[in-house]
Design a protein around this ligand. Structure first.
Ligand code: ZN
Length: 235
């Protein structure tokens, strides 16, 4: 009987190993949270890049408009003051046109200054966002790498423990195994506990002298009077 109890204690240790590894496996970060965040940040980067492209294209349009306004103004200026015009009415009309072109030029320069400023700010934002995306991508790689490595280790440990479990179960008395499974289900996975001095290591309540004697004999299955777990005594 003693041998059976030792096997049962061994089974408990293996099952605890399997439970712990399974819990760790389930709790491992597979990077899905980080992946979602990365996708979100990438989408934001794409939006920022589009906005910057639009600003730069507006800027180019306004630069061309300014250039042609300046050309037109230079042309009108030489027309007005090149000595070819003697009619004061015609000259007055040209001067009016020149004023209008000057106003347009001033306005375009203001608009361009604002656009340069906007473009600079947007470029900076794009740069920062690119850094954020690169950092997240790197973190995701590390998380996924860690997940793959640790989950492979845990899966191997579980498979190994399951093999050991099968070997023990084959040698175990059926009734004893059924009791064990039953208690395990009711006691949070822990059915067999070691005796620590005279304490049950499952519930920390002391064990009666009578039960301790029974345990030492090793002939009967002894259960803690408090938590009902199977007690195991090892010399
Ligand atoms: Zn107990």
């Amino acid at each position: 009987m003693k041998e059976q109890f030792d096997l049962l204690f061994g089974l408990q240790q293996i099952d605890s190993t399997i439970d712990d590894a399974s819990k760790r496996l389930a709790g491992l970060d597979d990077g899905s949270g980080k992946r979602a965040e990365l996708e979100q940040q990438r989408a934001e980067l794409a939006e920022m890049e589009t906005a910057l492209k639009q600003t730069n294209s507006q800027q180019l349009d306004k630069e061309l408009e300014l250039e042609s306004t300046e050309e037109e103004r230079a042309q009108k200026w030489s027309q007005a003051y090149g000595g070819a015009i003697s009619d004061p009415k015609e000259l007055a009309s040209l001067e009016k046109k020149l004023e209008e072109l000057q106003r347009r030029k001033d306005k375009l320069e203001d608009v361009l200054l604002a656009l340069y400023d906007k473009s600079e700010q947007e470029s900076r934002k794009v740069e920062q966002q690119r850094e954020t995306v690169a950092r997240l991508a790197k973190e995701l790689d590390a998380t996924v790498g860690n997940f793959e490595r640790v989950s492979a280790e845990l899966e191997a440990a579980i498979a190994d423990a399951q093999q050991q479990r099968t070997a023990i179960v084959e040698k175990l008395d059926e009734k004893l195994l059924a009791d064990y499974e039953n208690i395990r289900e009711k006691s949070g996975g822990l059915a067999v506990v070691a005796v620590n001095g005279s304490l049950c290591s499952g519930c920390r309540v002391s064990i009666s002298v009578m039960l301790l004697e029974e345990l030492e004999k090793g002939k009967k299955l002894v259960r803690c009077e408090n938590c009902r777990r199977i007690l195991h005594y090892s010399e």
